[in-house]
Design a protein. Structure first.
Length: 94
């Protein structure tokens, strides 16, 4: 993957309506995972890495990931991407 540009557009209205149902903790974790994906091309594959990235203990992580996992898609054995398609991703990043 080519190196990501140093910034991306943030569509506030899309973010707000797309995350309105989430708690503050869920939104924070979701944003952290999307930023990691922007920098690395995918989110961490293992639960432990994602949990560490979000700074949550295991007991909290299970609940948060249970709410966020539908926002991500396993696309190969080594990569999980945020947003189910490039069209969804463009709503947040351009």
């Amino acid at each position: 993957m080519a190196k990501a540009p140093p910034s991306f557009d943030f569509y506030f209205n899309d973010w707000t309506t797309g995350t309105l149902h989430m708690t503050h903790v869920e939104r924070d974790c979701y944003l952290r995972l999307l930023i990691y994906q922007w920098q690395n091309g995918h989110i961490p594959l293992t639960q432990a890495e994602r949990m560490h990235l979000c700074g949550l203990p295991e007991c909290s992580w299970k609940t948060v990931w249970g709410r966020l996992q539908d926002k991500f898609e396993l696309v190969s054995i080594n990569d999980i991407y945020g947003c189910k398609s490039d069209e969804d991703l463009s709503a947040f990043v351009n």
